[in-house]
Write a protein that binds this ligand. Structure first.
Ligand code: MN9
Length: 293
């Protein structure tokens, strides 16, 4: 089974909601366009943490996957995160996005309950059983509490449809061990603020929330580091991390959305339990945007 080669700079796509937390289709289309036309991303990671995916109903997830594909067409690679504690939903979404033409699936490791590794492995096998598509494991231990060792990744890769990992962790020893053990697997860096060291260790791409706003600098870091121009890459990473630390201090997804509104994109609001925007938060976000862009 040969699947499309994926990699490069991916925005973890935000979801635009209206003030009442309803999906804003026009806003989602504008987010897709801005990422393709302005940020020049290689791909979009749809339905991840950044998309507030775990706050959505299955029908809403389906709606977003359709809107994004309809807007992006073949303008960039598309990965759909279909992981959920409701495995029936994951199986159904995996089929849907494969039929829509998504280049890859991804699924977060099942969280909340303390699942055994065997249960986690069977979760991936079940999602993939009746679908002809590749899978990027979404590894994000700081939110899920799930760690996976190199030996366990090897067991997951016994399923040939599992072709890669989105590695959202700061454990560079594990990242290096992973790279050495699986040179042919697709490895995406998941922490934007640690993109330079991850690139030096040989990732094939990066998937980030902040790239929705800062995608051009992300590419500069990635390309400079790949060429071995570490001085240049570090310069850009420094500016990028000043931006990211300002964004994190003001509320991650909301600040990114307000920044995008300043750029003319209808990025809307977050959905509860994510908070609304205070006047102070809006003022800070606007300041952040004009400081860095
Ligand atoms: O997809 C993102 N993770 C989360 C990866 O949002 C949980 C990252 O892009 C971070 O948002 C970013 C800021 O810490 O690195």
């Amino acid at each position: 089974m040969a699947y499309k080669k994926i990699g490069g700079i991916y925005s973890a796509l935000l979801t635009s909601f209206d003030k009442d937390g309803n999906i804003n289709e026009k806003g989602i289309r504008e987010l897709v366009r801005y990422n393709i036309d302005h940020n020049k991303v290689d791909g979009l990671y749809v339905g991840g943490s950044t998309g507030e995916n775990f706050l959505l109903s299955p029908e809403e997830k389906e709606q977003i996957f359709k809107i994004v594909k309809d807007e992006a067409k073949d303008g960039c690679q598309l990965i759909a995160q279909v992981g959920s504690l409701n495995i029936k939903e994951s199986v159904k979404l995996a089929k849907l996005v494969t039929d829509l033409g998504y280049d890859s699936l991804s699924a977060v490791t099942p969280f909340y309950y303390k699942f055994s590794f065997n249960e986690i492995k069977e979760y991936y096998n079940t999602i993939l059983k009746d679908v002809d598509n590749q899978m990027v494991v979404y590894f994000i231990p700081f939110l899920t509490g799930v760690n996976i060792s190199v030996d366990q990744f090897k067991e997951l890769f016994a399923n040939e449809k599992i072709t890669g990992v989105k590695f959202t962790a700061g454990d560079f020893y594990l990242l290096e061990r992973f790279r050495k053990a699986f040179p042919d697997k697709v490895l995406f860096a998941g922490f934007d603020e640690m993109m330079l060291p991850a690139t030096v260790l040989g990732v094939d791409g990066a998937i980030g929330s902040t790239f929705n706003v800062n995608g051009l600098r992300a590419r500069e870091i990635f390309e400079a580091a790949q060429k071995g121009d570490i001085k240049k890459a570090l310069e850009v990473q420094h500016v990028t991390n000043d931006f990211i630390s300002d964004v994190l201090a003001n509320g991650l997804y909301g600040t990114l959305k307000i920044c995008l509104q300043e750029a003319g994109v209808d990025a809307g609001f977050c959905r509860q339990p994510m908070g609304g925007y205070s006047d102070e938060m809006i003022a800070n976000a606007k300041k952040i945007f004009h400081k860095y862009f």
